[in-house]
Design a protein around this ligand. Sequence first.
Ligand code: MG
Length: 444
Amino acid sequence: MNFIVIFADDLGYGDLSTYGHPSIRTTHLDQMAVEGQKWTNFYVGASVCTPSRAALLTGRLPIRSGMASNKERVLFPDSDHGLPSEEITIAEQLKKADYATACIGKWHLGHHKEYLPTSNGFDYYFGIPYSNDMNFVGNIASEEERYNIKGGGQKTKPELFNVPLMRNEEIIEFPADQTTITKRYTEEALSFIKKNSSKPFFLYLAHNLPHVPLFASEDFLGKSDRGLYGDVVEEIDHGVDEILNLLKKQGIAENTIVVFTSDNGPWLSYDEKGGSAGLLRAGKGTTWEGGMREPCIFWSPTNIKPGVIHDLGTTMDLFPTFSTIAGISIPNDREMDGVDLSNTLFKKESSPREIVYYYRGTDLYAVRKGDYKVHFVTEGAYGQFGGKEVHNPPLLFNLNEDPSEKYNIAAEQPTIIEKIQEEIEEHKATMVPGKDQLKDRSGK
Ligand code: MG
């Protein structure tokens, strides 16, 4: 079985039409959701890029690998480190069964050679090593240039962001022309699939959009009713269609599982240039639902039983799920945080996941068990949603009855909080934080 993970950046829970967006047309993802499984309680391992990506690729909470920090939230162009070599990525895991592997798109797990995708189990890499808004070389004091990132229609220029585009370990374009980047990622994905259609492969296609600054290619610019943000999402949606069509044409759709999700919630401080978490509270950077619950669609004709799944799942579950399907044993020399979702995908059995941990940096802020979520600490992000608040007694929400986290029911349900606290004690007993990989920045 082949695996393709299509990972959007900063796309919110409410940004696909199948998840309720009223003016973005994601026709192809909507169709993929009808033919496959649409998960409505699916989470990422952190509410910002670097730790979220580490969680997906290792099947472990980012605190364990040292890819979460209370000093720096993500890696920067002057960061010294990245994903430690002792970590096993999905690509390295699938290599045990001789998979061909490619990472196309944004990496953000270390840009020095020893941390690049090619040092982490990927045969091939094409993409940018960190976020598309980094190395801003415009006039930071210029109202107009800054406004163009936030508002300003199509006026942002790719050359204001000195971001390298790489092939394997070489920089091939500097700065990357971001206006065509989504299109080129799709083309690279298609070419990798064509080359490898006769053997098992793993493709990790991590689009760097719709993270700001937003860019769309000519065919999509100005086409969406939602403005530039919608143009960008519709271009990604079009790429999904091209990939699924190629799989069908090559006769390998039934040998392939395609997953579509996003790394964290919408960057709301960018106004209409940021996405939407729909009815979920807050967005990127927080442990409120809008920061960490994401759209997630699984597709594999004849294999995945179609439906809407309300059970819990996370990106960390992909590691054990793919391993089980590929017949590779799960590493037993370390704590894994993922669970195998294959019986939910193939037989529609209940998901084995009961708990979701919401870390900010290395601190545990909230825990979901079943329908209930307890917040011990809440904190906004990017100047929104308030400062850090410790809650004693904690806040309690029933996320099925109250997905927007509006009605604190802690006083009515004290035993639920006690039970969750017991789970946390057990969880903490397993926790050995990895050495902080994010804190050192030689340029700072
Ligand atoms: Mg992101």
